[in-house]
Design a binder for this molecule. Structure first.
Ligand code: GUN
Ligand code: ZN
Length: 432
């Protein structure tokens, strides 16, 4: 049985950073035909309805139908400590993050938070994410199990640490290799799951642990490798002290075999010229985490420069260092950070980053992130008049971009009319 979703339809065939807003295709009264979990066709609503009279019709009126949001970097175990006050990165990890992550020794707690987090993500229109788990293999099992129950395409891995962390959150080089390998074999490519090799960051791994994970990646090069890079200046200085022989922070990873086109680095703010050139040369991706960068006081990501260098950039909440589960709020924060660098990101660029941009950064651009025939049917339906403040502003709009921008800047979960996952309705906003 097919479903026909009707509304304003937004699809990207190209990158608006390269092509401008014309990279988008917009049908004012459009339709998306969904069949067997895939997008079967899209186009003018009336023609699609005439060609597919048996499809179940879901008329969303003037709401905008887009690819679902994709969060390119986040920590599901930090769900319960989001919005914790008053610390910068290293103190924030020690004060809030590590005690919370220690609770994931209990598989029941892992399952509770995984389910809670994924349901909140769906209510925010987020259909896929790439998550760090904790040191505990059960935290990875719980996340993939909860995502499988919701038919979501997710990426995740065991967060490996063997130093500069509390004893109950440390493994060893060998355990990191063995446990990551076992989890990879259990989950990678099973249903919609993808395993990601996950050293937390250079300060919490010994050189031996980084090398062990580099060896594992060399054995499974189709997996992604995720970690953190140059988020705060204190952290960069600490890495230089811990790895005195490295040319720079990126070189620590490269020396351990942890740099390649399937690498995605969170933050990447305080980069040297060499690091930027090397990331571009290798074709690695970065995840921009704007609410986190202002919340923990990290710095101003150079979106325009890194896009100009040709890097793949994904957009990410980085919860719980980030201060919101909402990719709308995250787009707003990306806009604000770019403004502080005298760059105005266009609404087409913001929503592209949150969908196709993140998909490409995660190596999934051929499957998700765009409304294109054959892509997996993960969609969000956005109400562009979800509050009185937004409605009165979008009523004045002259085109879709002007109509969308107030929702990007002021919208929240009330703007998420519906979320579809794998061709099925996964969340519908309760109408007041
Ligand atoms: N660097 C290492 N671990 C983390 C983390 O959990 N959150 C953030 N924002 N940065 C990190
Ligand atoms: Zn992170």
């Amino acid at each position: 049985m097919a479903d026909l979703l009707v509304g304003q339809v937004l699809s990207f065939a190209a990158d608006p950073f390269a092509e401008g807003p014309g990279a988008a295709r917009i049908w004012e009264r459009g339709g998306v035909l969904v069949e067997a979990g895939r997008i079967a066709a899209l186009g003018d609503a009336a023609s699609l309805a005439a060609a597919h009279p048996d499809a179940t019709r879901h008329d969303y009126g003037a709401a905008l139908i887009s690819a679902g949001f994709i969060d390119a970097h986040m920590h599901y175990p930090q769900t319960a400590i989001i919005a914790s006050w008053g610390k910068r990165l290293i103190d924030w990890l020690a004060t809030y993050t590590f005690p919370e992550e220690a609770r994931f020794a209990d598989p029941a707690y892992c399952a509770e938070i995984a389910g809670r987090y994924l349901d909140m993500a769906l209510a925010q229109g987020t259909t896929s994410m790439c998550s760090f788990a904790t040191i505990h293999p059960a935290s990875v099992d719980a996340f993939f199990t909860a995502a499988e129950a919701r038919q979501m395409r997710v990426l995740a891995g065991k967060t490996c640490m063997d130093r500069n962390a509390p004893a109950d959150l440390r493994d060893t080089a060998e355990a990191a290799y063995d446990q990551s390998r076992a989890l990879l074999q259990r989950w990678h490519g099973v249903g919609r799951a993808r395993y990601v090799i996950t050293p937390r960051f250079a300060p919490t791994s010994s050189p031996a642990q980084l090398a062990a994970l580099g060896a594992l990646w060399a054995e499974h090069p189709d997996c992604l490798m995720q970690t953190h890079l140059s988020e705060q200046t204190d952290e960069v200085a600490w890495v230089a002290a811990l790895y005195p022989k490295a040319r720079d922070y990126l070189d620590v990873y490269e020396s351990a075999g942890l740099l390649g086109p399937n690498a995605i680095f969170g933050h990447a703010i305080h980069l040297t010229t060499r690091e930027r050139a090397r990331l571009a040369e290798v074709g690695a991706a970065v995840a921009h985490c704007p609410t986190s960068n202002s919340f923990i006081g990290s710095g101003l990501f150079d979106m325009a420069g890194l896009k100009r260098d040709g890097l793949r950039v994904g957009l990410a909440t980085d919860t719980g260092g980030g201060s919101s589960f909402s990719m709308l709020r995250t787009m707003a924060a990306a806009y604000e950070i770019a403004q502080l660098r005298h760059v105005a990101l266009h609404p087409s660029q913001l929503i592209w980053l949150a969908t196709a941009g993140s998909a490409a950064a995660l190596g999934l651009g051929q499957r998700i992130g765009s409304l294109l025939p054959g892509h997996e049917a993960d969609l969000v339906v956005l109400d562009l008049a979800s509050t009185p403040a937004i409605a009165q502003r979008s009523a004045r709009a002259n085109d879709l971009w002007e109509a969308l921008f107030p929702t990007i800047m002021m919208g929240d979960d009330r703007a998420i009319r519906a979320t579809w996952v794998n061709g099925r309705l996964a969340h519908a906003r309760a109408l007041a």
